[in-house]
Design a protein around this ligand. Structure first.
Ligand code: ADP
Ligand code: MG
Length: 619
């Protein structure tokens, strides 16, 4: 007789990195968890769309629970009513029933599995989408202050763990409970004395299972720590920047020693974990023989004294496994529930983050935009989430600025002055703490983000490209662009020749791990991208790196084309751009300290004069 302990996580293997790891994480989460009904209610709500399936699953589980104990009862009948009384027809009928019960239960099990898997996958897909949607609505700053790895892990790993919640916690709970109930019912119906004996043996199963479970959990926690140490070391040592650092400081031997330590710890822990499982299996194996032995002994005595039929003993030995397996699993259910609550708490903590920038109701027809920008007493702080306003340091303070349609405004100032911060307010990557922005006299916050951003082209300081072809990266700006449009834009941005020379021309993959474009090339490709988009307003964060005269010339031409006839705010680092601007704003410590033309500023602003002498006048 075997007891089904599959649900307990005592796989024959040494466990560890795979699902064992996930289970450990869940347990770890459960440590400081309490039963939070508001979360449980929310989780149950997620199942509402699938309620017909959920009810069907419950019904099937109910039937299979009965089907599971049926063989024991039929066996007893075969022995006592068939064999003992010499009734062959009874034996045959009951044998057929035994087979039928097995087949039906098996088939229903498959169906149940299929249904609950469907529910699980659907609920998981819903959560993934909801998380992604909410994250999409967050501001750029949100991502600046968070580890992207952690967010990715929430969507991928946490949501995947939901499967476990549904299959082992929910389904497991219902089916174990039902199985135990039906089993006990049948046991007591057959013989109460034998039932009491069977129950007395229960702690022998449940206690060691729980004890070993706890030890394994502890070991798993250690394994997980060493694993994560190893992962961190690997990802640092095997990345380009880390590899460079290790080589230049001759750290290879020390890195190896560090690796060896973690590696050996892991080996030893895994061996220990494997051994603990074996002892438990030995113990359980032994107990699953001792239980029936006691039943045979006591039952035999009862049968000899004609107080009970032989078939009952046989039935009881079969029923034992239906009692002990589910009981051991139920004994762990609270950990499962608590860890599930903790898991969902993590998921909801992301789902509940309110986007800092809210969509507005108004839209403007794209062609009617003139492109007048106005900033009215605008202040901004990166810490405005903190409760204490006095602590919040202002990154921008009372900015007043008007840019007429078609005008170019150059922003200059030392590093950290707030230039990028100011630029990011225009397309509402963030909203000001106080003050207002207006586009053509309409308050920007009342506009829909889509219609606002459709008017804005952005060339960031270090332009990003997706790991995709040049062609597709350009398509991002304008889905309707043809190859010709692209070439025209790229020619204007002085990048066409470079692209044409790439191995696959416009279909060369660039970006993250693709072909490496130089800084200047990326900037010009980004300019081409904005040209394709053809927005009314251009926002440009100029690259700071010094360029040689040929490239400088090319960029100057590209920029001239980009800014022509458009409203533009340019963070300028090069004299040519500054000179081309209609107005120059000098920003320092988040405040506008001067504005005017180049000549005026050289005369009246010492800071501007210094910047000019140290930076702008460089080739
Ligand atoms: P600039 O572009 O003029 O060099 P920034 O606008 O990038 O300056 O930064 C202005 C100030 O805001 C700096 O003091 C900087 O440290 C701070 N800052 C920039 N980005 C963030 C952020 N995401 N969170 C908190 N502080 C920030
Ligand atoms: Mg900047």
């Amino acid at each position: 007789m075997s007891v089904d302990f599959r649900g307990l996580g005592f796989g024959a293997g040494s466990g560890g990195t795979g699902s064992g790891g996930k289970r450990w994480q869940l347990r770890e989460l459960a440590k400081n968890e309490h039963l939070d009904w508001s979360i449980i209610k929310r989780v149950l709500k997620a199942f509402i769309p699938y309620w017909p399936k959920a009810i069907l699953v419950t019904i099937i589980i109910f039937i299979t629970s009965i089907g599971g104990v049926l063989p024991a009862w039929l066996t007893q009948k075969i022995i006592d009513d068939g064999i003992q009384k010499g009734q062959l027809p009874t034996v045959i009928i009951l044998t057929v029933a035994l087979i039928a019960a097995a087949v039906v239960t098996g088939l229903l099990g498959v169906w149940q599995n299929w249904l609950s898997n469907q529910i699980a996958q659907n609920v998981m897909a819903d959560y993934r989408l909801a998380l992604f949607r909410n994250l999409q609505r967050q501001t750029v700053n949100f991502f600046a202050s968070r580890q992207s790895g952690d967010l990715v892990s929430r969507i991928i790993n946490d949501v995947t763990a939901i499967q476990n919640v549904i299959t082992s916690t929910l389904v497991g709970f219902i089916s174990n409970l039902l199985t135990i109930a039906v089993t006990l019912l049948l046991m007591f119906k057959m013989d109460w004395r034998m039932s009491v004996l069977a129950i007395i043996v229960v702690p022998g199963f449940v206690i060691p299972t729980q004890k070993v479970g706890r030890v394994r959990q502890k070991i798993q926690a250690e394994i997980q720590q060493w694993l994560s140490a190893l992962t961190v070391q690997l990802s640092e040592a095997l990345g380009v920047s880390g590899a460079l650092l290790i080589r230049i400081f001759n750290r290879e031997p020390r890195e190896e020693t560090k690796f060896c330590l973690a590696n050996e710890k892991l080996r030893d822990l895994q061996i220990r974990q494997g051994l603990i499982g074996r002892w438990l299996f030995m113990w359980l194996g032994m107990f699953s023989s001792i239980g029936p032995a006691l039943l045979w002994g006591y039952g035999g005595w009862l049968v000899i004294h004609h107080e009970m039929n032989l078939g009952v003993i046989v039935a009881f030995t079969t029923l034992l496994s239906k009692l002990y397996g589910p009981l051991s699993q139920l004994a762990q259910i609270h950990v499962n529930v608590l860890s599930s609550v903790a898991l969902f708490r993590r998921i909801y903590s992301i789902l509940d983050i309110k986007p800092e920038v809210q969509d507005g109701p108004r839209t403007i027809p794209p062609n009617s935009v003139k492109g007048r920008l106005e900033l009215n007493d605008v202040s901004f702080s990166y810490q405005h989430e903190t409760k204490d306003d006095r602590e919040a340091k202002l990154a921008l303070c009372n900015i007043n600025l008007t840019v007429e349609p078609g005008q170019t405004v150059a922003l200059v100032g030392p590093s950290g002055a707030g230039k990028t911060t100011l630029l990011n307010l225009i397309p509402r990557f963030s909203d000001p703490v106080s003050g207002c922005l207006f586009l053509d006299g309409i308050e920007c916050q009342s506009l829909s983000l889509e219609s606002l951003r459709a008017q804005m082209g952005l060339v960031p300081q270090d332009p990003f490209f997706f790991h995709d072809s040049v062609y597709n990266n350009l398509l991002l700006a304008n889905e309707k662009a043809s190859q010709e449009d692209m070439e025209t834009a790229c020619q204007a941005a002085q990048i066409h020749d470079t692209i044409a020379d790439l191995p696959q021309g416009y279909h060369t993959v660039v970006g993250e791990r693709g072909y490496r474009l130089s800084g200047g090339e990326r900037q010009r490709l980004a300019i081409a991208r904005v040209l394709l988009q053809s927005p009314r307003i251009v926002l440009l964060d100029e690259a700071t790196s010094a360029l040689d005269t040929v490239v400088e010339r090319k960029i100057q031409d590209a920029l001239a084309f980009l800014l022509k006839g458009r409203t533009a705010i340019v963070i300028a680092h090069r004299l040519s751009t500054i000179l081309a601007a209609d107005k120059i704003i000098v920003l320092d410590k988040g405040e506008i300290i001067a504005s005017g033309t180049h000549q005026e500023l050289v005369e009246k602003s010492p800071l501007y004069k210094r910047l000019y002498e140290t930076q702008f006048s460089l080739p």
